[in-house]
Design a binder for this molecule. Sequence first.
Ligand code: AMP
Length: 538
Amino acid sequence: MTGLLQDHVSRQAEARPDATAVVMAGTALTYAQLESQSSQLAQMLVRLGLHHGDRVCLLAEKAPMTIAAMLATLKAGGTYVPVDLASPAVRVAKIVRSADPTTVLVLGAAGARMYSALAPQDVFAPHATVGTLDDAASVDVSITPSFTVGDLSAVDARAPSLRASPSDPAHLLFTSGSTGDPKGVVITHASVIAFLDWALPYFDIRPGQRISGHPPLHFDLSTFDIYGSLRAGAELHLVPPSVLLPRQLADFISSSQLTQWFAVPSALSYMASYGGLPEQGFASLERVLWCGEVLPPRVLIQWMQAVPWARFTNLYGPTEATIASSYFTLPALPQEDLEAIPIGRACTGEELLVLDEHLNPVSAGERGELYIGGTGVSPGYWRDPERSAGGFLPDPRPGRAGERLYRTGDLARLGSDGEFYFLGRTDSQIKSRGYRIELGEIEAALSAVSAVAECAVVGIPSDGFEGVAVGCAYSLAADAALESAALRSALQDRLPSYMLPSRWMPMDALPKNANGKIDRRRVQALFLAAQPTEVVSP
Ligand code: AMP
């Protein structure tokens, strides 16, 4: 099915106006309410000057109204940019400057706080439209909004008659960048729709089902929750950020009677390890999906034993190829000695290729770098032709003129069973607690601390639910005195908490390799050899 993302939701609003569309913490919107509120907001945005292709920055907490704001942006012909309100303002400022929005929508106390922190830094264009979407945002005295949510009731509840194209960007999602600046991935309507064309029938998502919305709204996985659920006429149950602990998550699944639970492996591990899998399982669950990092097989087995009636699917894919590009559904409870869960086969419309450094296919079973082609491949990084040229390349195969591949940086092999297997990374990108982190971004932030002479940030594989811990080895400039704890505080103003190293190793000088560069492998080995108690863990 082609068209635009919001059209699919409007169709459901016509078919089942009174059905619940989105719910969180006692606040729910029916399909009719979601449709009318998003149309009114879209009318307001257009009236205040939003043009086709303009960016709308969402300084908005997770809430049903934030989903309405996303749809409103699309109905107005714009591109939304969901922002991580838990990140320090310095980092969010980089994202907002890059996105260059003409409109800012503020929702919730955290949204208002972020707006107040950014506004004095001249991050927003002088004539940017600012709308507050709830009372918590309006009470902040530093905001003089162009409109408030109260103004919307007087606006026509029909969507503006603007047309956009499926190849237009629907949203920009910012991920960690190795140089210290987050990079914006452009995601089009067509790419999301193509993924849903495969996923909805594959998972049999249908009206009345109760779908989880666990990841934050700036994660690309949330795109599947939102549009998968709303296009199918199902109920989207947003998990409030305060529902954090394993037992709370378990209660949420049970009390919301979820039929689908989709989370990063760290969340599944956390639940399995700390009492989040009740003995009686989750009666309502039909399927459990995960994506974003390696799920340890022992955790999968715990889940499959706890909910034997559910279907379990591993989804694999980077943001740059839209939500997920391959899938593997477990045919049966695996043996205890299962070494790795395959990332499986390409979703319809996508292609996985394992190539060598000359872009030639490696033989079946050989390790190579994984490239993705097909409908999910993003047009590139936002306003960054250099990085785009590095990550996205013309398909080198004969007869593929005009087609492109995304270079994932992942290592993989094609197994004799016809399934692809993930084998790690070619670079220093890691996943920790499900978050994608370029270690270079942490090093760039450390380099800005004048007391630091040298530093190396490495990923340390761990048995804990975080999967990979972040370790920082550093030496100080002559005469500088700084404890690891003080260094961590200095970083806190620049990096989100999930990027802060949890293990520290002060050194007189960092180990070097033959050509004088910091030997990161050696640093990693030192961390692996050290007992966690030997290093400072603030
Ligand atoms: P993100 O853009 O945050 O979705 O991160 C994409 C990266 O996460 C991929 O390039 C992989 O390194 C990793 N990843 C995603 N899904 C999986 C999976 N199912 N198994 C292992 N690694 C994964």
